[in-house]
Every structure is written in C-alpha cells, then in structure tokens.
Design a protein around this ligand. Sequence first.
Ligand SMILES: O=c1ccn([C@@H]2O[C@H](COP(=O)(O)O)[C@@H](O)[C@H]2O)c(=O)[nH]1
Length: 276
Amino acid sequence: MREPYGVRLAAAVEARGPLCVGVDPHPGVLEAWGLEPTVQGLERCARGMVEALGDQVAVLKPQSAFFEAYGSAGVAVLERVLADCAAAGALSLLDVKRGDIGSTMDAYAAAYLTDGSPLAADAVTLSPYLGFASLDGAIDVARAHGRGVYVLALTSNPEGPQVQHAVTGAGATVGQTVVDEAARRNADAFPLGDVGVVVGATIGATGTRFEHLNGSVLAPGLGAQGGTAADLADVFGAALPLVLPTTSRDVMRAGPDPDALRRAARAVVGSVAGLR
Ligand SMILES: O=c1ccn([C@@H]2O[C@H](COP(=O)(O)O)[C@@H](O)[C@H]2O)c(=O)[nH]1
C-alpha cells in the first residue's frame, strides 16, 4: 500500500529540496539540444532529463502536450518517461490539465491515477472550470491509490486573471474559491493533504489566502516566463513552506549535458530553499 501523496511529497522535498523540474520537450529545446523534432529526438530529450535529474529533484513534471504532439508514438514515450521517473525515485506530476463532467473524469482518473495504467503518475494537474466538485471522483481515485492532484487556481499566464480574479456570487474571487475548495478536502491531513493548487510565480500579490490550504502549491512561471525566486516571497508570503516551484525551459536549456542540467537544477533549489 502506497503512502498518501502528501506524505510522499513532504518526504521528497525534505530529502531533495523544494523543486519540480518540468520535462517539456519543446521543439526549441530539441533544436538547442541538437536533436531533430522526431519521436527519436523527443525520447532522447525527455528520457535524458530523467537520467540527469531523476535521482536529484523531488518532482519531475512531464508536459503531456509535447508528447501528444507526436501521436501514439509520443504517448508511448511519455509512458516510458513516467516509468523512468518511478525507477529513478522522483515523483512524477503529469501536466495534463484535465477537467470534464464527472463520468468522463472517472475515465481520466482511470488513465492517470490508477495502479497498472501505463500513464499513471504520482499526481496530475486538473482544471476546475466545470465546477470544483466535478473533480471529486478523480480526487477519490487519487487518494485510494496514494496519488495526488493539483487544481488550477491562479495560473501564471497573463490571460488568467480575466476568469480567476472574477468575484463569485459568494463574494470571493474564483482563484480564492478554488484554494478554499482544496482546503476543505485537505482538512485534518498531515503533513499535507493530497489536493494541491496551481498558483503562478508571476501573478504578483493578489491577497489570496492560503492559511487553511494544508496542501502543496505548484508555482510555475520561474525563468522563461519571467518569474524569480524573489517573486515567490511577494506572491506567497507566509505560505512559502507550501510552495513547490516548478521550471522547465530554464533548466532544460542547460542540456543536454547531464552535469550542466544538474548544476542548473541545483542553482534553482539554492535560490528558493533559503526563502522557506
Ligand atoms: O499556470 C500554469 C500552469 C502550468 N504551466 C505549465 O508549466 C510549464 C512551464 O514551462 P516553463 O518553460 O518553465 O515556462 C509548462 O508546461 C506550462 O504548460 C504554466 O506555465 N503555468
């Protein structure tokens, strides 16, 4: 029986430091690595990232879109990348941003959160815009299998505030509502619940309150999107101990040399570890 995701995440961060490195085999990254934009290039890049960092960082986050772009052969590479993460001892967080009606969410949960599925990851990203409760079935499946979810709350892109800063009938912003719904599902968990949220490092001070969240906050946007370690302090303040910063291109551009990738990842850990 696998321990709960929140327990496994806390242990991984304690052992390896607070960092999630994204595995985004973007065409520009393949080119910089001297690889062709082919399935072979995709596999060399993505599995090279896990070879270099799988025994170094707490979490690796493959971005599904860059694998799906190559069709079934690309998805097969993603399956191998997820298996590599498990073998290397890094938690895998599959960035798929799924969100649908409950019955369809059950199928996504079977694909990404169920033991024995070739695409199962330790955690996945989910979108709450069909209503947070539409995700409850997937959250239940994640829990039953010692896995976790990260729900989009305040994303790192400049278009996010149009939706996420809107105020609901109950008087809270949409982003705060997502954080509060996650907090309800994490009540009483120790040291962290299994329902995380995604909040960009780029969003500035929004006044969003995290004190009851009791879950992980995935913070994308460092590096290529302009976010810095100092921004994390502004965005999260006292909630910094919950924050799992994530960066993809900023580390990947150091490759393909494995030592250079490790140095790049260590530099990011160093820049954020002192803030916590
Ligand atoms: O709000 C969000 C949610 C997810 N992402 C994803 O994270 C990486 C960021 O890549 P960088 O190269 O570090 O910019 C990418 O896969 C996004 O889809 C995000 O950026 N913001």
